[in-house]
Design a protein around this ligand. Structure first.
Ligand code: PRP
Ligand code: URA
Length: 209
């Protein structure tokens, strides 16, 4: 059964408040999204399985611990998820990276797929899907469905800001997926934007409008 974790680390809370500010420019916004992703990754990998390994230090042989099984994969939902990739890879540099392209139709708010390229062995990996925003949940629910269609069994979802509506939809559609959230906000407005949120994450990361 999947769990929902709202990060309470002070550095994450501090940085999330920073990127909410409307006056923050793209350069600083992008840098801080990367830092938040890095900190969230550290917290969200606490329970990864370890295995014992025999190693030899300059002094003697000993038993150490290393990550068990195949390495991880990170899958950003384009575009905004790209902003979290570098931070994730700082923590887990051996991870492979897949990409899922979805945009939200502004009228229906339903996700529209335009790209999907995943590591060939992604079904054997633990996959971290990343996207700064979980609003209606349409995009993340669809991205995770696409991964499950490819046989991926171990999936975690990480977002910086979530609306309760999106969390509920994710729990209903993908009850097996753990969800890691930087901040859980109040609600969605009539245009499907998170309140108080931070506006359009993709536009703020890439300086578009
Ligand atoms: C944003 C965001 C999520 C999605 C969340 O992407 O990055 O992918 O909206 O909304 P939802 O939970 O209601 O689906 P957007 O569609 O604006 O595309 P972009 O990343 O290319 O800007
Ligand atoms: N996508 C965003 O980028 N921001 C929101 O508030 C909702 C969806």
């Amino acid at each position: 059964m999947g769990n929902v974790y709202v990060m309470d680390h002070p550095l994450i809370q501090h940085k999330v408040s920073y990127i909410r500010r409307k006056e923050l420019g793209s350069k600083d916004f992008r840098a801080m999204v990367g830092e938040i992703a890095m900190l969230m990754c550290y917290e969200a990998t606490r329970d990864l399985k370890l295995q014992e390994v025999e190693i030899e230090t300059p002094i003697c042989k000993t038993i150490g611990k290393e990550l068990a099984g195949k390495k991880l994969a990170v899958v950003p939902i384009l575009r905004a998820g790209l902003g979290m990739v570098e931070g994730m890879l700082t923590m887990i540099p051996a991870a492979k990276v897949g990409h899922i392209g979805l945009y939200r139709d502004p009228d229906t708010l339903e996700p529209v797929e335009y790209y999907c390229k995943l590591p060939a062995d992604c079904d054997e990996r633990e996959v971290f899907v990343v996207d700064p925003m979980l609003a209606t949940g349409g995009s993340s629910v669809e991205a995770i469905r696409m991964l499950k269609d490819k046989g991926v069994k171990n999936i975690r979802f990480m977002c910086i800001i979530a609306a309760p509506e999106g969390v509920e939809r994710m729990k209903k559609e993908h009850p097996d997926v753990d969800i890691y959230i930087g901040a859980l906000d109040e609600h969605l407005n009539s245009h499907g934007y998170i309140v108080p949120g931070l506006g359009d994450a993709g536009d703020r990361i890439f300086g578009t409008k």
